[in-house]
Design a protein around this ligand. Structure first.
Ligand code: ASP
Length: 438
């Protein structure tokens, strides 16, 4: 059994947390390759090291760097080194950062230093080798990972019993440090897991797994034990995020499962994210309920719309021209709706209306704001009779008005549009109504 383990920012926040992580690592010899984030928040209102590094960069290039931010970053690491009681050349590492700051320091190099230093310190504490991600993870010109990445990982780690690897970055085609998007250490964990062909990727964070309903609304929602890659993608897209959205992609073809675990509660078994779901679907047709507020509906009405070939394509073309991605396009014979995040269309509402009007001469066109979308997700929805009925019944019984329904043919999810103001009530109604299916 071989495992890749990733510890997030809260797990690396200070020396006490690092000690907990050490305990987790030493309790299972299969946990051999460790990916770490930069130290995160220790308490509400605290600052993440990566945020401080972004600020440092902004201050440098706006001429506002008075040394304070670098001082904060240095003392954060100094405290960790001191509390761990290790001998580590932090002054030498910080001198490199200081020197680079005097030159034209590239953004991605600077913001990656949180992970770099954290991994080096943690490696020193554990007595394990440090393996720099920059030497393994290679981005292509278009931002995707080069296939050689996985061979590099294998070549670099195969002879090491253990290794600590910084998350969040690799190198670009020009050889310079290049980062993933925020939260990208999760992706590094997947890349290392795939390169080393491990049996399991454990992602240790500050929650006990994926919750079966929006935890901001249902405080004691059940933790999901098994979830498929596809379900996770749907749920995280709808706001139930426990991991970086792209972390599943490197593992999809390999079938390597990911287990979400809580560093503060290591006795809990967490959520297993798998390619194929092992639980009987008739018992648990629904995996989770998630949702987001802040959507708008642009509605177009035109008599005989159904006879005009290419009508929908022209509408969507106008959205694409403005760089707006849409969520749903429910249609009836003479009405087409395009639903997208209000934020995306904020700056071009009038242009959208005028351009659609000029191109397609609709009888009526308007935008309605204030919609929330709620998704009921489950691989078992299509094989079970009555889930959709129960969804609608639960909402109706709670006196909530449904503004839109979209159930894709794949039946992986049922999406309901309601007023923003009914969002919380809808989540409650669905959680109670679907409880036996969860
Ligand atoms: N430290 C980076 C961030 O805060 C990456 C990560 O933690 O995964 O986004």
């Amino acid at each position: 059994m071989l495992k890749t383990v990733k510890f997030g920012g809260t797990s690396m926040a200070d020396a006490a947390m690092m000690r907990k992580c050490e305990k987790i690592l030493r309790s299972d010899p299969a946990r051999r390759y460790v990916v770490v984030s930069a130290p995160g928040k220790r308490f509400a209102g605290d600052e993440k090291v990566t945020d401080l590094l972004y600020r440092l960069y902004a201050e440098k290039y706006s001429g506002k760097d008075n040394g304070e931010t670098l001082e904060k970053i240095s003392s954060r690491f100094q405290e960790i080194v001191c509390d761990l009681g290790i001998s580590f050349d932090l002054a030498g590492e910080l001198a490199v950062i200081r020197r680079k700051l005097k030159e034209n320091v590239p953004l991605e190099w600077l913001i990656s230093r949180g992970e770099y230093l954290c991994a080096k310190i943690f490696a020193c504490y554990l007595g394990w080798p440090f393996a720099d991600a920059e030497k393994m993870i290679v981005f292509q010109e278009n931002g995707t990972l080069a296939e050689e990445t996985y061979d590099n990982v294998y070549a670099m780690l195969k002879d090491l019993d253990h290794a600590v690897i910084p998350g969040f970055y690799g190198r670009g085609p020009d050889g310079e440090v290049k980062t993933f998007t925020r939260g990208g250490s999760d992706v590094t964990g997947s890349v290392i897991a795939r390169g080393m062909r491990v049996d399991l990727y454990e992602n240790w964070t500050d929650v006990s797994g994926v919750k079966s309903a929006d935890p901001r609304v249902i405080k004691d929602a059940k933790t999901v034990r098994w979830i498929s890659y596809r379900e996770l993608r749907e749920l995280s897209y709808m706001g139930a995020s426990v991991m970086h959205e792209e972390a599943v992609f490197p593992l999809k073809k390999t079938g390597i499962p990911i287990c979400i675990r809580n560093t503060m509660a290591p006795e809990e078994e967490g959520t297993m994210i798998v390619a194929n779901y092992p639980v009987e679907r008739e018992k648990h047709p629904v995996t989770g309920i998630a949702g987001k507020k802040g959507f708008s509906n642009l509605q177009i009405e035109k008599a005989l719309m159904n006879t005009q070939i290419g009508f929908g394509a022209k509408v969507l073309d106008i959205f694409a021209k403005h760089g707006i991605s849409y969520e749903h396009t429910p249609t009836s014979i003479d009405i087409m709706s395009v639903i997208c995040e209000t934020l995306f269309m904020e700056s071009c509402r009038n242009e959208l209306i005028m351009e659609i009007d000029a191109a397609l001469h609709p009888d009526r066109i308007f935008i309605e704001d204030g919609m929330a979308l709620v998704a009921v997700v489950g691989e078992g929805i299509d094989a079970n009779v009555g889930v959709a009925a129960r969804v609608l019944q639960s909402i109706a019984e709670a006196g909530i008005n449904v503004r839109m329904i979209d159930a894709g043919c794949s039946e992986l999810n049922i999406i309901i549009g309601v007023n923003d103001t009914d969002y919380e009530k809808t989540i409650h109604a669905l959680y109670d109504g679907l409880y036996e299916f969860l």
